[in-house]
Every structure is written in C-alpha cells, then in structure tokens.
Design a protein around this ligand. Sequence first.
Ligand code: AMP
Length: 170
Amino acid sequence: MKKLEDLILTYKDFPKKGIDFKDVLEILQHPDIFQDLILKMSSNQILKNAEAIISIDARGFIFGSAVALESSKPMIVARKPGKLPGHLLSRNYDLEYGKNSLSIQSKALKKFHTFVIVDDLLATGGTVDCVSKLLQEQRKEISGLLTVVELIGLKGRSKFNFPVKSIISI
Ligand code: AMP
C-alpha cells in the first residue's frame, strides 16, 4: 500500500541546477490518499480559525479548492502576473529559484477578514511571506499556513508570526 510520503517525487536539478524539486502531483492519481490528505488539512484548527482561504498559484489551487469544498469555506486566489482581471493588489518576492510577483483581486479581498493561506510546499517562505504582506497591508488577519510539504532545512516558517501546519516535513 502506498503512503502519502511515497507520492512526493524528487526531481534533481529542476527547474535549475542545485534544486531538488518535490513534485506533489502524483497524489492526485491516488484519490484515497488525496482524500485523506484533504481531511487532515481540513480538520486543522488553523482552518477553523479562518473565515476564508487564500490559495497560491498554481498547485496551491488544487489543495486549496479541495479544502474549501470539504470545509465549506470561501476561497480567493493569489496569482502570478497577467492572470487576473480587475483592480489588483500586487507585490514582488524572491523564490528559491528566481523572482516573481503575486496579485490578489481587491474586490475579493474586501469581503473577508481572517485568512488561512494554503499552498503545496513551503521552501524558503518567500512566496507565503509575499501573500502575508499583501494581506497585512490591507489590515487582514492570518490564522496560519496550511501546506502539504515543508522543506524544514530552509527554515521558511521562521519568517512568519503565525502558525504553520505542514502534513509532511522533509
Ligand atoms: P518558497 O517561496 O521558497 O517557500 O517556495 C514555495 C513555492 O515555490 C511553492 O509554491 C512551491 O510550489 C514552489 N517551490 C519552491 N521550491 C520548491 C521545491 N524544491 N520543490 C517544489 N516546489 C517548490
């Protein structure tokens, strides 16, 4: 019987030399394990303390929307440049392997006050830090971060003043 841990595949030197890329997509080929993961994420107190979910482009959407359905919480998204219409709040950040920028639709953000951030993987924490700063600039509360995988050696969670729950630490 396969376990969740067996479905996190490592690709060496992707997308750049020196990066061990952890691919979570194989989880989706095992609905029983995927469902168990979503139940674990959805039963966490961090989620219960949030009014809404904010999930991060792109793999965060997969887990965020499943958690949103399971928990009956609304979800909004943080997206990479050029993807969202309307008035946006945007911010640049550093990634483990480059630079990027994330945007949130201000109309969607206005509707809720306390957010749980959902993503597939926590590495250096730059991505989540970007989303948390976008939220905090708008005086929003963050109940915490829910993530499938955490690369503990990179100490991403030390950047945050909110709780972090990762299902697998590597
Ligand atoms: P970071 O901002 O460094 O915490 O990076 C987290 C984001 O980048 C997540 O949205 C991941 O999808 C992606 N990412 C960063 N490093 C890796 C990695 N080693 N393997 C897979 N995804 C990664």
